[in-house]
Structure formats: C-alpha cells, structure tokens
Design a protein around this ligand. Structure first.
Ligand SMILES: [Zn+2]
Length: 310
C-alpha cells in the first residue's frame, strides 16, 4: 500500500498539504485527490500571504490540474474560501500547492514553463493536454514570480544588443542579453531608437551608469542610443557578426576565383573551388578527411597545385 509520503512526492506537494482521500473517476479516467492546507498555512491572503480573518466560502470546492499520474490526468480538489486581507480586501485564501489565481498546481506550472523554453508551444499543448491560452497564463504567472524575486536588470555590466526575426515575414524583436550570465534580460517588438530607449528606461539611469560594455551589430540606431544613454560604455561589434561578415566575404572571393578559373579553362581547379565552400570556413588543421579532400590548398605529393588560390 502506498503511504501519504509517497503520494505527496508523486503529486509534488509538501507537508503543508494534507491528503484526505484519493478517488478514481472511471468515466473521465481521472484521478481526483482531495486535499486541504495544514492548519498552520490556513487563512492566509492569496496575494500577500499575510494571515487574515475568514470572509466566506468563496465558490466552494474547486480543482487544480496537477502532473499526470502515468497516462491518467490528475486533479487536486479542495475548498477555496476567501479571507478578508487588511491590504487586499476579500481574497481567495492561499493554498500551498498552487500560485494565486491558478487553475494548475505549482509543479504543473513550472514543468509547462520549462518546456516552452525548449520546445514549441503547440508541442507543449499536445503533450500536457492544455489549451495554448492556459500555457500563456502559466508563463505569465511563472515569469511574474521570477521577476518579483529577481530583477533581471540588476548588476548589468556587459550586455549584448541584437535583433532577431519572429514569425514569417520581416518582423523583428530587439533583444538584450547579459553577457556575464548568458541570460536574455529584455525583448520587445521593433528595431528602432524608440524601442531600445524603452529598454534603457527600464534599466534606469543609475544602473545604466554601471554598464561598461555593449556589443551589437553595426546598426547605427543602436550606436546612437548607446552613445546617448551610456556614452562612457565601450561599444563593440559582436563576434557573431564579425565571423558572419568574414565568411560572407570569403565566399565572395571564392566565387570570384572560381569564375576566373572556369573562364581560364582550369576545369579541375574550378571544380574543387565549387565544392570547398564549407572547407574554407575552417582552419586547415581542423579539417576532417572529407572536408580536407575538398580543400584546394591541401598539399599534394604528386602534382603540386598551381591554381590561383595557391
Ligand atoms: Zn493580502
């Protein structure tokens, strides 16, 4: 027989939750676990957690979706009374297993939020059997709690600014990352001075003064805003764009030389140049045997290359 401790672990609830009864609904094939908060965690405001006098029974018993038990959907069911908080007035009482206003447990929220950072939202909806609107609400709850505990703009010293496309068509987000933590700290639709100024407004002038280095592509609008908002910061072109421009330039040269070889009747050399695009991106010592074979500069013992690249 499975004891209460094992059930608590399976359901992801702690000792503040009392498990009263476990039912299986044959018709809907769901497990319903009847729970209640332990006395010490009862009658607290759902918004601020302060102990408050009872107000009424609210909407009676309600369900919170929790993580599946194998292939079965599982719900925690409990009363949801209201308390009269001195700061927030009549508010649904806090429960230890879920965030305020949520229809899912804390563990379900956390797993869903983690999944959407690794896989498309449509996959998450199918896997967890939730509507995409519910996923949006879960993300908002988890992010709000994270933001309340940690300000992403605190301690910024070296940041990177860039633009990335989203959805189909030419729609872009401006993003800011913290180079020291590797985390995304801000993102907003648009790629112009106004959009970026909003980011610096959120950081605030005092924290802006602590930013020592900003990396970005060569966009003038980024340089303009950085000079205006943090003129003493060092602005550098990020390595991704430098490498990207260098490889584009290298390929342009390769195509020119290939055309010269082709027009000059150097058929073998033209053929080698045509297939060496990816080999040229690497250092000769890093080439795999396959790539090395397509590199026109490789040493030959029998017939030294006399083509233009050599
Ligand atoms: Zn309150």
């Amino acid at each position: 027989m499975i004891g209460a401790n094992v059930w608590r672990r399976m359901l992801g609830v702690d000792r503040a939750t009392v498990i009263e009864e476990i039912d299986f609904d044959e018709e809907s094939e769901t497990v319903v676990v009847h729970v209640r908060p332990r006395r010490s965690t009862k009658r607290r405001c759902g918004r601020c957690g302060v102990r408050a006098p009872g107000y009424d029974q609210g909407e009676g018993r309600r369900n919170w979706r929790t993580l599946d038990l194998g292939t079965l959907m599982c719900f925690l069911q409990a009363d949801s009374p209201r308390v009269n908080c001195p700061a927030h007035g009549p508010t649904v009482a806090q429960v230890p297993w879920a965030r305020h206003g949520a229809g899912h447990t804390r563990h379900f929220d956390d797993q869903c939020a983690w999944l959407v950072t690794h896989t498309p939202e449509s996959t998450v909806c199918e896997l967890l059997r939730v509507a995409w609107r519910a996923v949006g609400s879960i993300i908002a709850r988890v992010v709000a709690e994270g933001r309340a505990d940690h300000d992403p703009f605190d301690g910024l010293v070296r940041i990177g600014l860039d633009e990335i496309s989203y959805t189909k068509g030419r729609r872009y987000l401006t993003i800011a990352v913290d180079h020291d933590t590797g985390r995304l700290v801000w993102a907003a639709p648009g790629t112009d001075n106004k959009t970026l100024n909003v980011s610096f407004d959120l950081v605030g002038d005092e924290r802006c003064q602590k930013i020592r280095l900003v990396s970005a592509d060569a966009a003038e609008w980024i340089a303009d805003v950085v000079k205006q908002r943090r003129k003493n910061a060092t602005l550098r072109t990020d390595s991704f764009h430098v490498v990207s421009w260098a490889t584009e330039a290298l390929d342009e040269v390769r195509r020119e030389v290939w055309n010269q070889a082709r027009k000059g009747g150097m058929r073998q050399h033209a053929k080698e140049l045509k297939g060496c695009r990816y080999a040229l991106w690497r250092n000769p010592e890093d080439l795999t045997p396959t790539r090395s074979a397509s590199w026109p500069g490789r040493p030959r013992s029998t017939r030294p290359c006399t083509g233009p690249t050599c």
